[in-house]
Write a protein that binds this ligand. Structure first.
Ligand SMILES: NC(=O)c1ccc[n+]([C@@H]2O[C@H](COP(=O)([O-])OP(=O)(O)OC[C@H]3O[C@@H](n4cnc5c(N)ncnc54)[C@H](O)[C@@H]3O)[C@@H](O)[C@H]2O)c1
Ligand SMILES: O=C(O)[C@H](O)COP(=O)(O)O
Length: 571
């Protein structure tokens, strides 16, 4: 829809497609991925109250740094599954509240690194050579050459605090400009720093007195708030200039303003502020207007290329999440490496189906039925055994186990809230990466779910299809999809006809039928007479059917001669 002041309200909106709210300017490149599947609203200048009132209608929210996604917004967002930050910093999102509500927060951690680093260099050069002052003077009819003599950056020392993605790029660019680069970052790798000709120092005292230019590239967290304040500025050269393309607040703005006015710091290049736009009368506003300061309105990521990158990054993740897949860069969940993601995705579906099959198949079957308070073991064999980050599989299991018996507080289980939901239900899951000694694996990867109470299900993936290869003590081969009738029976002639007749009378079509025989070693091979002979012939019949199978049909099937048990599962 075209941008408007406010999107249509729930009762005015007729489409049943999921809806995405984008209250800030996001590049259309990524939006093209979403528009075939979802309705997108892009209202202009949404107030905090308006956001609160319309958020209950949305399944996805895409933002930049201006929208404040508070705990109140997240509590009101009953349908919301994902908050996507088209950029890096999520300091405008209450990530903890999102986690509590099971809402995935994703970002684009690398889409704007180059843009931010280049903007830092732009401010460095502009501050060193008085570019804005020269421009201003010329526009006002001046021709001030001697007043605007700058300094060269080549041969000077650039100090970097925070040698992460942006900091490291800035370091390389600084070296390229012929600068000597020293950095302080307690978490940086000395090898990586050395590879970029960066001298890593352990504290600010060893860095600040040496630098001609200082740039900070840390996130704004408790340990970096006011990192550079009055006492730190006092240790720097009078000729030094400071840069901030990270977050307002890493320099104490009042202390910086005083130091620039006192002439103990020569100038600054600032892109970010504690309040954006700066509050009238604040130190931030005074800094922006100061003749020795070059200021930009948070333009670090504002390049066409960066905006395309971050838009594509987060829209692909929103699409994946709203279609039941996994994000590649969730802020409130562990990182899944792309190669693990590719391998894990089909198994996520398999494990969810296995969990759901477990709950539905074993329900009403005594100790094996209940899932709350139960310990499960997930065993990964084959290629899957080599993957260490199987958290999405854990989440898929919790989702599968609980989806048919709970509304999970009205939300889907996902990689973010799975631990919380498992804890609430008292479910514990241990994961084993192994091969059973001496056993040959016939599938590239095999997953087995079992409990101490005897329930067991195995499955594997072939191509894009998932299969169940073991259910209880039976060796099976069926696709866990749609409505399945699982009949535990004595494998005697005529059984299929009897069951088929009952289903036919109730107008239920059979899509497929699969017979599962006892696993090797589960039949009593020595007994061949009477009841024992029948035990040996136990089997499972799995019927894929169209439509619902009601309780009365289930009872009729259960009453059929030779049928030991019946379960109807919806997968
Ligand atoms: N102005 C913009 O438009 C713009 C654009 C992109 C990024 N950013 C901001 O730039 C900052 C850096 O982004 P990034 O992608 O490089 O992040 P990053 O996570 O890759 O790097 C941050 C680095 O800071 C280091 N660090 C953390 N605490 C520290 C401390 N107390 N002292 C020293 N180092 C510390 C970390 O070890 C890490 O190496 C973020 O705040 C981000 O939001 C701003
Ligand atoms: O954190 C970021 O990615 C940058 O600060 C960019 O913010 P923006 O998307 O509002 O430009």
């Amino acid at each position: 829809m075209a941008p408007s002041a406010l999107p249509p309200q729930e009762d005015e909106f007729t489409s049943s497609r999921p809806r995405i709210l984008i209250p800030e300017k996001v590049s259309p490149d990524g939006l093209a991925l979403l528009s075939p599947h979802f309705d997108i609203d892009q209202p202009k200048s949404l107030s905090a109250d308006e956001l609160l009132s319309i958020i209950p209608q949305y399944h996805g929210l895409i933002i930049r740094s201006e929208t404040k996604v508070t705990s109140a917004v997240l509590a009101a967002a009953k349908k919301l599954k994902v908050v996507a930050r088209a950029g890096v910093g999520v300091d405008n999102v209450d990530v903890e509240a999102a986690t509590t509500h099971g809402i995935i927060v994703v970002n684009s951690p690398s889409g704007n690194i180059v843009a931010a680093a280049e903007h830092t260099i732009a401010l460095l050069m502009a501050a060193a050579r008085n570019v804005p002052a020269g421009d201003r003077s010329l526009r006002n009819g001046g021709w001030e050459r001697s007043k605007l003599v700058g300094t060269e950056v080549g041969g000077k020392t650039l100090g970097i605090i925070g040698l992460g993605k942006v900091g490291f790029k800035v370091a390389r660019m600084g070296v390229g400009l012929g600068m000597k680069v020293i950095a302080m970052d307690p978490y940086a790798s000395p090898e990586m720093a050395a590879s970029a000709s960066v001298a890593l120092v352990s504290d600010l005292t060893s860095l600040l007195p040496k630098v001609d230019f200082l740039t900070i590239h840390t996130p704004l967290i408790a340990s970096t708030l006011d990192l550079i304040s009055k006492s730190e500025l006092a240790t720097m050269k009078k000729t030094a200039k400071v840069l901030n393309v990270a977050r307002g607040g890493v320099y104490n703005e009042t202390a910086l303003l005083e130091a620039i006015e006192a002439g103990t710091i020569a100038g600054a290049g600032l892109d970010v502020f504690t309040s954006e736009p700066p509050t009238p009368g604040s130190s931030a506003e005074a800094l922006c207007k100061h003749p020795k300061v070059v200021a930009t309105p948070h333009l670090g990521a504002s390049t066409i290329e960066a905006q395309e990158n971050v838009s594509m990054d987060v829209c692909a993740q929103v699409l994946a999440i709203l279609q039941g897949g996994l994000p590649t860069s969730a802020v409130n969940a562990p990182l899944i490496l792309p190669e693990e993601y590719r391998k894990l995705q089909p198994f996520v579906k398999l494990v969810e189906k296995m969990g759901s099959l477990y709950t539905q198949h074993y329900s009403g079957k005594g100790a094996r039925g209940a899932i709350a308070g139960k310990s499960f073991e997930l065993i990964y064999e084959g290629e899957l055994a080599g993957i260490s980050n199987t958290r999405p599989l854990f989440a898929a299991l919790i989702k599968g186990l609980t989806s048919s018996i709970t509304d999970s507080g009205g939300r889907d289980v996902n990689i973010v809230n799975a631990t919380l939901i498992a804890k609430e239900k008292g479910i514990s899951v241990s994961e084993t990466h192994s091969r059973f000694p001496g056993e040959e694996i016939v599938y590239a990867s095999l997953v087995t779910l079992r409990t101490g109470s005897g329930g067991i299900i195995s499955g594997y993936v072939s191509g894009k299809t998932v299969y169940i290869s073991r259910l209880d003590k039976f060796s099976a081969s069926f696709v866990p999809e749609g409505t399945l009738v699982v009949l535990h029976n004595y494998d005697r002639p005529g059984k299929i006809g009897g069951v088929g007749g009952i289903l036919g009378r109730h107008g239920i079509n059979v899509r497929f039928m699969s017979v599962a025989a006892l696993e090797d070693g589960n039949g009593d091979q020595t007994a061949a007479v009477g009841e024992d002979a029948e035990k040996e012939d136990e089997a499972l019949m799995i019927l894929g059917v169209e439509g619902q199978v009601g309780k009365e049909v289930e009872e009729e099937l259960r009453g059929e001669k030779g049928i030991l048990d019946v379960s109807v599962v919806q997968l």
